[in-house]
Design a protein around this ligand. Structure first.
Ligand SMILES: Nc1ncnc2c1ncn2[C@@H]1O[C@H](COP(=O)(O)OP(=O)(O)OP(=O)(O)O)[C@@H](O)[C@H]1O
Ligand SMILES: CC(=O)N[C@H]1[C@@H]2OC[C@@H](O2)[C@@H](O)[C@@H]1O[C@H](C)C(=O)O
Length: 365
């Protein structure tokens, strides 16, 4: 480590949308961001995606999990070996099952194996420690969101919204001394985002996602249905709260009577309405919501958000950030924090009863 205490860390994320692996480098001391480095993406092949899909909801010991772990490890090894100059790897893995108040949380892929293959100290299994002490184990990006809020010079409350398979939101008071301070953050999952849209596209049309929101744009939102979904007590439940990818999968069956386009429009509206419903939990109104994750590429979803929420809703690119790589960067940032024995979550982000540093460190021989 250099005099400024900063490291070049590589982060890798395989998200709940099951589209592929994102990887990105940042230079950080676990507090400030000194530089953004290169990034790369490696999509899963249709066969790999099917293996991962088949293992969703399964736990270690199941043969489907072993097959999924092999896919995840091979895809990461291939992608991450393209990078040079990293001093540390933060490896999230692929969440297959997440039941924080039940069986726990499980991200497949062996970080110790990647440490050997890549010759890099590797921080992995970021979520278990938090769940073990009673936290949700998610979301974990909020401490990074705080650093980003500082990096962009924010001085008033704002929120980061990630529209991945599931949506998650971090409310931030950027004037707080640090992310560990009570009141600096409030983070939670907002509800279903792209996962049900992708599942609908897969089930009905054999497609991965609704590119450009084109199918949704051709349909009409069933507002009564949206309202009925939003009556689920989950939305009123105060944070902390997190979701498994398939927690709202039942929506697909309930939409059977709608045409493909109307069902896509309605699921897209539900993703936006979930975020609008989240505003009741904000400790203070926000001046803007900065949107990251693949959902910001869907103009119908962005329009639905703007229709339902009064403040500016902006892609993170508007403040100079990279919304496709932000989660990968987050796990690079968190890896440095774990190495330096700093907290990665706490009462205001995952509801853990105390600040906790999640993640184990594996070093190459
Ligand atoms: N051009 C686009 N048009 C419509 N939707 C898109 C587009 N690009 C990405 N998406 C949606 O975003 C998804 C990918 O988002 P992202 O990569 O943020 O998810 P993730 O990282 O897998 O999820 P999570 O944050 O839940 O772990 C795609 O599966 C798709 O549903
Ligand atoms: C258990 C799990 O993998 N959760 C993911 C998922 O995808 C979005 C949302 O649900 C969030 O809670 C989390 O990912 C981000 C990276 C997080 O932990 O901040």
């Amino acid at each position: 480590m250099r005099k400024d205490g900063a490291l070049w860390a590589l982060g890798a994320m395989s998200g709940t949308s099951l589209d592929g692996v994102d990887a990105a480098m940042i230079k950080t001391d676990g507090r400030a961001i000194f530089a953004f480095g290169p990034s790369a993406y490696r999509p899963y092949t249709p066969e790999e995606r099917a293996t991962l899909r088949g293992a969703l909801g399964r736990w270690p010991g199941d043969p489907g999990v072993t097959a999924a772990a092999e896919v995840v490890e091979a895809a990461h090894a291939e992608l991450l070996s393209r990078f040079t100059g990293a001093e540390l790897l933060g490896f999230h893995g692929q969440t297959l099952a997440h039941e924080p108040s039940g069986r726990g949380t499980h991200q497949c892929g062996n970080g110790a194996l990647l440490a050997q293959l890549l010759g890099l100290p590797t921080v992995w299994d970021f979520r278990s420690a938090d769940v073990t002490i009673g936290g949700q184990g998610a979301p974990l990006a909020p401490f990074y969101h705080f650093a980003l809020a500082r990096h962009i010079g924010a001085t008033e409350p704002l929120a980061f919204l990630n529209l991945g398979g599931v949506g998650n939101l971090t409310w931030i008071d950027p004037t707080a001394p640090g992310p560990e301070n009570p009141g600096a953050l409030l983070a939670f999952d907002t509800g279903p985002a792209n996962a049900p849209i992708n599942d609908l596209m897969q089930d009905r049309l054999g497609l991965d996602h609704d590119e450009g929101g084109r199918l949704a744009a051709a349909g009409e939102v069933d507002e009564d249905f949206v309202a009925s979904v939003l009556k689920d007590p989950w939305f009123d439940q105060p944070p902390p709260k997190s979701l498994d990818r398939n927690d709202f999968h039942g929506l697909i069956d309930r939409l059977k009577m709608l045409s493909d386009a109307d069902a896509a429009a309605t699921l897209t509206a539900i993703a936006a309405a979930s975020v609008a419903a989240a505003q009741i939990h904000f400790p203070a109104p926000v001046t803007r919501i900065l949107v990251t994750g693949g959902g910001r590429h869907n103009p119908v979803l962005m329009a639905e958000l703007r229709r339902r929420i009064p403040c500016p809703i902006l892609p993170v690119e508007d403040v100079g950030l990279d919304g496709d790589m932000l989660e990968a960067q987050a796990f690079a940032f968190l890896a440095v924090r774990v190495l330096l024995k700093m907290a990665t979550s706490g009462p205001d982000t995952t509801g853990a009863p105390a600040l906790v540093g999640g993640g184990q460190i594996s070093r190459p021989d």
